[in-house]
Design a protein around this ligand. Structure first.
Ligand code: PEP
Ligand code: MN
Length: 349
């Protein structure tokens, strides 16, 4: 079950609830958000009904809900409405459709600043760019690392765009956190459980990508690691999965978007770039992602894709990105209409 404490519940009241849960045989996971505290009670005690009633009656408790799904904190049952994640004045998961755009890899000062300016001009809200790159071959470009992070910071100072960049390992947590407004966890690290546990203690929103051979439920369990560790600001990213199809780089699983919407309150980010691997297919898949109900898009854009150090074939040119953004407008208007008809969302805890 999930226990939401009242705004301003005291330390004593919180500790008392945790103690009562332990007496009933539960393990308590406490998420201390800026506004309120949420406690997840994990376990299968015999006196569940009695425990619920007792906790409901405790001082400082606002609500107690029983969650049937095995992933408690990410489950829709635990949180009415959608979670909203605030990034640099924008809200992901609310009434604004967010676009994250930029190159696969940070390659040079000119490349990242020029791209930041162009994607901003075309309507993007957040700049993406990898400084640490997970590459299949050890001989391929591995990223500019700290130098790349510094260039992202320059691009941020130049344009005001927030930065989304990948973190690959536990030892780089403090370095990447210094520069990133959103920390991306790539498909290959979706089940790096040590890293996920540590992200629970990181004070940055996490963009968690679906592993290329992972099920929707496995993605939710990975997010549960982060939330149960204390960080409620997680967004989930569909980026395509491996199937027998070879015409596209991956099979872009559009159905994951409404499926996640049914199961979780976490915002959903759609990545048609890695989802298809082909520049020509991205605009149509971006429109489909908006129509399917995603909260945001993440798209790769490069000044000269032919010369890109990574993922050139799926990188949009500036003119392609601008055209895609224009074509998306009527779809985003419809999206906004359907959002307005939904019950109001709650700010994330
Ligand atoms: C990327 O965003 O460039 C990336 C490496 O993504 P993924 O982890 O989805 O392959
Ligand atoms: Mn890429």
């Amino acid at each position: 079950m999930i226990i939401s404490m009242k705004h301003g519940a005291t330390r004593q009241e919180i500790d008392h609830v945790c103690q009562r849960l332990a007496e009933f045989g539960y393990k308590a996971h406490c998420i201390e958000g800026a506004e309120r505290v949420v406690i997840g009670a994990i376990g299968l005690p015999e006196r569940k009904q009695q425990a619920m009633e007792s906790i409901e009656a405790a001082l400082g408790v606002e609500s107690v809900v029983s969650v049937s799904q095995p992933f408690k904190f990410v489950s829709k049952e635990s949180h009415p409405g959608k979670s909203i994640i605030k990034v640099n004045g924008h809200s992901i998961g609310g009434s604004e459709f967010i676009v994250i755009a930029g190159p696969c890899s940070v390659e040079s000062e000119q490349q990242i600043i020029e791209t930041a300016e162009e994607v901003k001009r075309a309507g993007a809200h957040i700049l993406r760019g990898g400084a640490f790159k997970p590459r299949t071959s050890p001989y391929d470009f591995q990223g500019m690392e700290e130098e790349g992070l510094k260039l992202l910071q320059k691009a941020k100072e130049h344009t005001g765009l927030a930065i989304c960049t990948e973190l690959m390992s536990v030892e780089d947590i403090s370095l990447v956190t210094e520069y990133a407004d959103v920390i991306q966890i790539g498909a290959r690290n979706m089940q790096n459980f040590n890293l996920l546990k540590r992200l629970g203690k990181v004070n940055r929103p996490i963009l968690l990508k679906r592993g290329m051979s992972s099920t929707i439920k496995e993605l939710l369990f990975s997010a549960e690691y982060i939330l149960s560790g204390g960080n409620a600001n997680v967004m989930l990213c569909e980026r395509g999965i491996r199937t027998f199809e070879t015409y596209t780089r991956n099979t872009y699983d559009i159905s994951a978007i409404p499926a996640l919407e049914e199961l979780t309150h976490l915002p959903i980010v759609a990545d048609p770039s890695h989802g298809t691997g082909k520049r020509s297919l991205i605009p149509a898949m971006a429109r489909a992602s908006v129509a399917a109900g995603a909260d945001a898009l993440i798209v790769e854009v490069h000044p000269n894709p032919e010369k890109a150090f990574s993922d050139g074939a799926q990188s949009l040119r500036f003119s392609d990105f601008e055209k895609m953004m224009k074509e998306l407008k009527p779809y985003i208007e419809l999206w906004k209409g359907s959002r307005a008809a939904q019950p109001p969302a709650l700010a994330s805890k």
